[in-house]
Design a protein around this ligand. Structure first.
Ligand SMILES: Cc1ncc(COP(=O)(O)O)c(C=O)c1O
Length: 488
């Protein structure tokens, strides 16, 4: 329990005494107005008390716990002090349209004003139908069948299920890549390559793991076991630290899967939806997978929406009869009305505003500027990679950023210190330069830059000028300045 009261409930005077009630009394709950007016200290208390005390520890280390977002518009969060924070984190790619795009807000408002319906179960939904048609229109080849859900994990669960059934293997095995991230629900957690996230849960055991981008290794596994029926790969690994594979790898994956009648699932939850400068990242390589998945920006930054998209013949093999169709029918909120309306408006906006073209053009500018920064600070920045507005900035191991004499001693601690420089830089970018960046699950030396696709050259300049100024302080000052944030 908290050791101080949060807020007192409003008192009712006797003239407003409620009618006698038959149900349970209303618990001591906060109102929406009270939520809106909450101060940062109370937010912190409630987060620790009811959500995740351990996570709070990390937010505090980075200084993120001091921010209360009052508004968010376009490329910026606006905090309780009116400070504008440039969003280069972008919700790990969930904010293609920036915050509160007016066209998307308007579509939602209209949907509400017209009192449209939400649940798409008893009756057909014109919104789910239109959205599925639009997704098929954006997808190459016969990627025509769409399952609507509300998270990337759910879409990927649907993807591995349709793939397993379509593969026809009774004892189907699934191949995934090293450093993969496909979600945290138990099915896809089984193919997420993280001992940390996997904990000690009892997971699906029918999996193989191969290095990402290594066609020989993939071929060997597929050839070694006829039960291998599904290959699941992110087209660009996000959690792995923005890792791409070359076109001949993807063409090899397609040919291998065709040859062995294996279903290829391309996870485009993070890299899809225009982020890399094509609607799907696999389109850069002239190949089409059998199944794919979209989420994140698919909900226009306002709704929790996701889609699994399958080639029609794959779908029909899995669920093509009336009996099997019901195995696959969506969950309670699959195809929810306002979510679909939001996603329809979002997809139209994506093309009307040429945001995919903008991601390509501004992404090239961002990468060029970051490459120049790498050249200026070669002992700090190890690599700049990615394409479009999905860019990874990798720092050297901490010891390598220090003066020569200190390196051998500190190198012993490099593994433990992984992520510390990203943390220092991320914390100081926020504190001193009003810029927000994202960290990376597996390679913690990488900062992920996934700004909204509405990002402009000026936004890139603001961010890169800030990073340049920060790195220009030198590593010793960066560490000292970070330490000051912890004691100040
Ligand atoms: C590649 C990829 N797949 C799946 C997921 C899971 O999506 P969600 O967090 O919406 O469940 C993520 C989330 O970051 C992701 O990056």
């Amino acid at each position: 329990m908290l050791d101080r009261p949060i807020m007192t409930a409003p008192r009712l005077d006797s003239a407003e005494a409620p009618a006698p009630r038959h149900g349970p009394p209303k618990p001591a709950m906060l109102t929406l107005e009270q939520a809106k007016a909450m101060d940062v200290a109370t937010m912190a208390d409630l987060f620790k008390e009811h959500i995740n005390p351990g996570q709070f520890h990390f937010m505090k280390l980075l200084g993120f716990h001091k921010v209360k977002v009052e508004r968010a518009e376009g490329m910026f969060y606006i905090d309780q002090n009116g400070r504008k924070i440039l969003d280069f984190f972008g919700g790990f790619g969930s904010l293609a349209f920036g915050h509160n795009h007016p066209r998307i807000l308007n579509a939602r408002k209209q949907f509400q004003d017209e009192k449209r319906h939400e649940i798409a179960i008893a009756f057909l939904s014109q919104y789910a139908a239109a959205l599925a048609k639009n997704v098929a229109a954006c997808s190459p080849g016969d990627l025509d069948m769409v399952f609507l859900g509300s998270s990337g994990s759910e879409a990927m669960e649907a993807a591995i299920k349709v793939a397993e059934r379509a593969s026809g293997r009774k004892n189907c095995k699934i191949v995934h890549a090293e450093n993969s991230f496909h979600g945290k629900t138990k099915g896809v957690l089984s193919i997420t390559d993280s001992p940390l996230y996997k904990g000690e849960f009892k997971l699906v055991e029918n999996t193989y793991r191969v290095p990402f981008g290594d066609l020989k290794a993939l071929t060997a596994v597929v050839r070694s076991d006829p039960d291998v029926g599904v290959v699941v790969l992110e087209t660009v690994q996000g959690g792995g630290g923005i890792i791409e594979a070359p076109t001949d790898y993807w063409q090899g994956v397609r040919a291998l899967c065709d040859q062995h009648k294996v279903i290829w699932v391309a996870d485009e939850v993070q890299c899809g939806y225009g982020r890399t400068g094509r609607f799907y990242a696999f389109e850069h390589h002239g190949v089409i997978p059998d199944v794919t998945a979209l989420a994140k920006s698919f909900g226009g930054g306002k709704a929790a929406m996701a889609a699994m998209v399958a080639r029609r013949d794959v779908y029909m093999k899995a669920y093509g009869t009336p009996k099997t169709a019901m195995i696959h029918a969506h969950a309670t909120f699959g195809g929810i009305g306002e979510g679909c309306a939001t996603s329809i408006e979002a997809l139209n906006t994506l093309y009307d505003e040429d945001l995919i073209g903008n991601a390509a053009a501004v992404g090239t500018y961002l990468k060029d500027r970051l490459t120049a920064i790498q050249a200026k600070y070669p002992s700090i920045v190890k690599d700049v990679r990615g394409r479009g507005l999905m860019i990874g900035l990798e720092f050297h191991d901490f010891s390598q950023t220090l003066p020569f004499a200190l390196r051998p001693m500190v190198a012993l601690l490099d593994d433990k210190l992984k992520g510390s420089l990203s943390g220092f830089v991320g914390a100081l970018l926020l504190k001193d330069y009003d810029c927000l960046v994202a960290f990376t699950e597996y390679n913690r030396n990488v900062i992920r830059l996934e700004p909204p696709l509405i990002c402009t050259h000026e936004n890139v300049d603001q961010f890169c000028d800030a990073l340049d100024a920060l790195l220009g302080r030198g590593i010793v000052s960066i560490v000292k300045d970070f330490v000051k944030t912890q004691i100040g």
